[in-house]
Design a protein around this ligand. Structure first.
Ligand SMILES: Cc1cc2nc3c(=O)[nH]c(=O)nc-3n(C[C@H](O)[C@H](O)[C@H](O)COP(=O)(O)OP(=O)(O)OC[C@H]3O[C@@H](n4cnc5c(N)ncnc54)[C@H](O)[C@@H]3O)c2cc1C
Length: 389
């Protein structure tokens, strides 16, 4: 039977980052990533919009984004001159209505206390800066500071995983189908029938995290939530609109440019959550929801053509929509990095580093993520993030 000191289940951004930062923090033991689909075709990471922002309401999320931004800014220094994730520093704008303006003000205050440099602007200034927008129902907005934008998420993961692999991290293509976890020795059973013993296990299984946690009898409220990404052509778009920041509307609508096209999506309400977690497009969601909301906010979007789309699954935390990061409350050798609900690509590196610090030193040294620990689930003490889309 093969033995590894650390077995990481899942090779997306969280698993890859955990492996990378274990080595960066000086971990000398053996490390393996078990990944069931090396094409990553249906992983959250590959299907992500790749956005990064500090406009969050939870201090930990703001700090984790700052960690991701620093990594992106130092990408070539960290991973070599060839490393490129096509970062677009276009920024983010978060709109607020009369009803949500006080929450926006509170969030901006917190963000700026943590160095984010978010500007709070009123509707008049917003109109002057983004004249292509219809500002009906909008009272104010947060305009993000330096470092906000988007990038190629698949490349980001690949660069980090390859960097880990050059430092003696193994990758096995297989599926974890069973875990027996005790105080010190864990055993992992793979779909091919092989068994590994593991000093430590990290659950980095994305939408499969709930199923992996169930293998050790832990009820983790994480599974897939279906989301639609619609790519549209808009011939009437001005150059200013083509250069726009990523926009979060009060209706849940969000958009940004995608080359010369635009990428549109809309966060469903709890009642609107797609009941089936398959990979089929719901064209009525585009026609009856996304398009009308987009045209109402950006009149140029009245005349758009859907040119392509993709369906992605969020690694959704149904309890409080925040990452669940840290050590199992009772099993000291089992760790979680799960449930990011739409913000895991930007928080993946910070999560990997945090888990590596816990494994190497038994404590957080860079960002204290205790508040995001799994104990809050059994304690029924949610930590809600207000800015999720
Ligand atoms: C449409 C969409 C848009 C998004 N936009 C953004 C954004 O703009 N900004 C942002 O920060 N985040 C965004 N996200 C969220 C972000 O992409 C995810 O939170 C993040 O990629 C999660 O990474 P992960 O490594 O945990 O999961 P994944 O990338 O899904 O990786 C988990 C891996 O585990 C493997 N696996 C699962 N179970 C097993 C098993 N039993 N055995 C072996 N392998 C297993 C899977 O095959 C998978 O490859 C978006 C997500 C989607 C779907």
């Amino acid at each position: 039977m093969t033995t590894y000191d650390v077995v990481i289940i899942g090779g997306g951004i969280v698993g890859a980052s955990t492996a990378y930062y274990l080595r960066k923090n000086g971990f000398k033991g053996s490390v393996v990533i078990i990944e069931k689909d090396m094409s990553f075709r249906q992983s959250c990471t590959a299907l992500s919009w790749g956005g990064i922002r500090r406009q969050f309401s939870t201090p930990e999320n703001i700090q984790m984004s700052a960690f991701g931004m620093a990594l992106i800014a130092n990408l070539k220094h960290e991973f070599g001159a060839e490393a490129d994730i096509g970062f677009k520093p276009n920024g983010y704008v978060v709109l607020a209505s009369d009803a949500s303006v006080s929450a926006l003000e509170e969030n901006v205050k917190l963000q700026n206390a943590l160095g984010a440099g978010t500007q709070l602007v009123d509707a008049a200034e917003l109109g002057a800066r983004f004249p292509y927008m219809n500002l009906d129902g909008i009272a104010a907005a947060g305009i993000g500071g330096k470092g906000e934008g988007w990038f190629d998420p698949y490349q980001f993961m690949n660069i980090i995983r390859k960097a880990a692999m050059t430092q003696n991290v193994d990758v096995i293509k297989d599926e974890v189908v069973g875990i027996s976890a005790a105080d010190t020795i864990n055993r992992v059973t793979l779909a091919t029938g092989a068994t590994l013993t593991a000093g430590t296990i990290v659950n980095a299984a994305g939408t499969g995290a709930g199923a992996v946690a169930a293998m050790i009898g832990f009820s983790l409220p994480v599974s897939a939530a279906k989301r639609y990404a619609c790519v549209v052509d808009c011939p009437a778009a001005s150059e200013l609109l083509h250069a726009a920041p990523m926009m979060f509307d009060v209706t849940g609508l969000h958009y940004r440019h995608e080359g010369r096209n635009f990428l549109l999506g809309c966060t469903p309400s709890a009642e609107e959550e797609p009941p089936v977690q398959d990979w089929e497009m719901d064209y009525s969601w585009f026609e009856e929801k996304i398009w009308p909301l987009a045209a109402a906010r950006i009149p140029a979007f009245e005349a758009i053509k859907l040119v392509s789309h993709w369906v992605g699954h969020y690694d959704y935390n149904w309890f409080d929509q925040n990452g669940i990061i840290g050590r199992h409350p009772h099993l000291p050798n089992f760790y979680f990095g799960n449930g990011f609900s739409g913000h895991g690509i930007q928080h993946g590196p910070a999560t990997g580093n945090a888990l590596a610090e816990l494994i190497c030193f038994g404590e957080y040294r860079t960002i204290d993520l205790t508040a995001l620990g799994p104990s809050r689930i059994a304690a029924k003490a949610p930590l809600f993030e207000k800015n999720i889309y």
